[in-house]
Design a protein around this ligand. Sequence first.
Ligand code: MN
Length: 276
Amino acid sequence: MGEKVNHTFFNLELPEEHGPFHVIGDVHGCFNELLELLECLGYDVRFDKESSKYDVVPPDGAKVIFVGDLVDRGPNSPEVLRLVMDMAEAGLAYCVSGNHDDKLLRMLLGRNVQVRHGLELTKAQLEPYDAVFRERVKHFLSNLPHHIILDEGRLVVAHAGLEERLHGHNTKGVRELCLYGPTSGETDNKGLPIRLDWAAEYCGKAVVIYGHTPVHEPSWRNNTINIDTGCVFGGTLTALTYPEHKLTSVESYQTYAESVRPFIRYQHHHHHPSPS
Ligand code: MN
């Protein structure tokens, strides 16, 4: 049944990291849009052919935090992985695991996963890459935390968000919630699990930034914000600057996949809280 690995999972606590951060939503292999967004944010990104690495110079002391779902459905998941891995190695980026990243890892470990929902594209895109690169991806993905707490606990990043009472907790159940979000246990008429709106009841002090479910427009709700603006589905790729709470988006170059779920449009738009 494939390779044996440690089933360790963890959250990451970085209280001393105060930012500035650029928190970036679900990339899903949209490499060119990611490059454009980073350029918009003031990052200088160059590919060094000799070392096959990306050299990145950030704008004054800034770091990127990815909300996960780096891969699947889009045109160039391997280069997204390479760029994020190079940035993480250089101490310029953090990333939490998304459900798609986790599924790719399980595939690379030889587990029995269903190769669909865009994973078939990532699998094909990885074919020309050598074993060293694939090993690096495996190592990187198996070391992604399920959530990160920064800035003395004032900022929490998790792929599908996380309710306050679970911040800083590390159990299998918490990990599942971070990657998939709470569901009702029922499925909709398309056979998809019905996702529950945990943020509607959130009343925590920490700002929670997340992705996972594409929204038409990011909007603040109870100190939380979903910044997955569905780039791979023809939407935009969005970054939230912390602590300024400034949104920056680039348009997707193409609709790479059709969204089964319509993008969420929140009925009431709340004004964003003043930065702490
Ligand atoms: Mn996603």
